[in-house]
Design a protein around this ligand. Structure first.
Ligand code: CP3
Length: 352
């Protein structure tokens, strides 16, 4: 077990920002900072085999987590893994097909759900915990270590659809048409996700981020029940069982509902997608918790003055309060690594 001590906390800008301090320049990292835009990632990935082989190989997963830190000096490292290792650990068939994304044997009936089994969760995820433990020793002293999981709703969409989806017809079909079955699946996910996150913390994760990529697909009453409630349960559990570990929530594309999310889940930080207006976020969200975001990832593909202007706009508005600079969603594979270097220099050079 390795847990962050108070002395290390004091020297980590990322943790200070999450505790409510305003820092100039702000700490920064980028979602999907490890990935296909980096040639060294592609090389390690080729050596490891499939994407899941990479996630379950602590040596390689540690290496790809560290790669972007070496280049850009980010203030946080994020465990290299995927949100879909949880359904995989519950016994659902999960594969990542080249150029297609994730493919799962869908859960559509009570019988499918009965086939899942949480009893082997920690054994299956042991290599992920090992990666966290490796990283907590390997990262620079001033860098914080982020553990993560998908939020139950977002993970459920993949489990029910069996792949990515544009309209979530099957997932919403179960939510609206078979509410008891859907509630059972969500309860299983809340429990397994909490167990998984606590174990990441016990292996050295200092911060948790919960990715609710498809939060924006739900109307308000369903958002309350299946985004806010499960997230609040996870936040309360982490706070009770592992006090002092901040949780960042990412209810992507939640729009106006970002405000209810922040107020009602009591997250320490909230990650903003690119559509969130900066002045509104400063007035309505940053007064309640630390905000993180929200440069459009496509601006980093474009680079140059367009990117610089976008970076400055975010820094000028959100840099006056508790803030972590990030993108509004993950880096995309066509991103030139030199544009990320330029972004890093600009953020680090920010004087307010
Ligand atoms: O941010 C990081 O550097 C840490 C690693 C990380 C990955 N996935 C690696 C990955 C994290 C935090 C995730 C989270 C994740 N995974 C989310 C939530 C965040 C988001 O992006 O919205 C979701 C929805 C997934 C599910 C997932 N994984 C999809 C839909 C895909 C296919 C799309 C794609 O980009 O290929 C993945 C694969 C994946 N996860 C890759 C990486 C680096 C690419 C795999 C490869 O090397 O081929």
């Amino acid at each position: 077990m390795s847990r962050a001590s108070n002395t290390s906390k004091a020297s980590k800008p990322f943790l200070r920002a999450l505790a409510g301090e305003t820092l100039t320049p702000p700490p920064f990292w980028l979602m999907r900072q490890a990935g296909r835009y980096l040639p060294e990632y592609r090389a390690t990935r080729a050596e490891a085999g499939s994407f899941l082989d990479l996630c379950y190989n602590p040596g390689f997963a540690t290496e790809v987590t560290l790669q972007p830190l070496r280049r850009y000096g980010f203030d946080a490292a994020i465990l290299f893994s995927d949100i879909l290792v949880v359904p995989d650990a519950l016994g659902q068939q999960v594969a990542f097909k080249e150029g297609e994304g994730p493919v799962l044997t869908p859960i559509r009936s009570a019988r499918d759900l009965d086939g899942l089994d949480a009893s082997g969760l920690h054994d299956h995820l042991a290599p992920v915990y090992q990666t966290v433990a490796n990283l907590s020793k390997a990262i620079p002293e001033t860098t914080a270590l982020i553990g993560f999981a998908g939020a139950p709703w977002t993970v459920a969409t993949y489990m029910i659809e069996g792949s990515g989806s544009k309209d979530f017809a099957k997932a919403k079909g179960m939510m609206f048409g078979e509410p008891e079955l859907f509630a059972r699946l969500m309860a299983l996910l809340v429990q397994a996700t909490g167990d998984y996150l606590i174990r990441q913390i016990d292996n050295g994760a200092e911060v948790i981020q919960i990715f609710d990529t498809w939060a924006g697909a739900l109307p308000e009453d369903q958002f309350e029940r299946w985004v806010i409630e499960p997230t609040r349960t996870l936040v309360e559990r982490i706070r009770a069982e592992r006090p002092g570990v901040p949780v960042i929530g990412f209810p992507r594309q939640a729009g106006y509902l970002y405000k209810r999310y922040v107020t009602e889940t009591k997250v320490s930080g909230v990650s903003l997608d690119p559509s969130v207006p900066l002045d509104w976020a400063a007035a309505e969200l940053q007064t309640k918790c630390t905000v993180q975001g929200n440069l459009d990832p496509l601006l980093v593909v474009a680079g140059g003055e367009a990117m610089d202007a976008g970076i400055d706009r975010v820094l000028k508005t959100l840099g006056k309060g508790p803030f972590i600079f990030n993108l509004g969603h993950g880096i995309v594979p066509p991103t030139p690594p030199e544009n990320v270097a330029r972004l890093a220099e600009r953020v680090k050079g920010w004087k307010g």
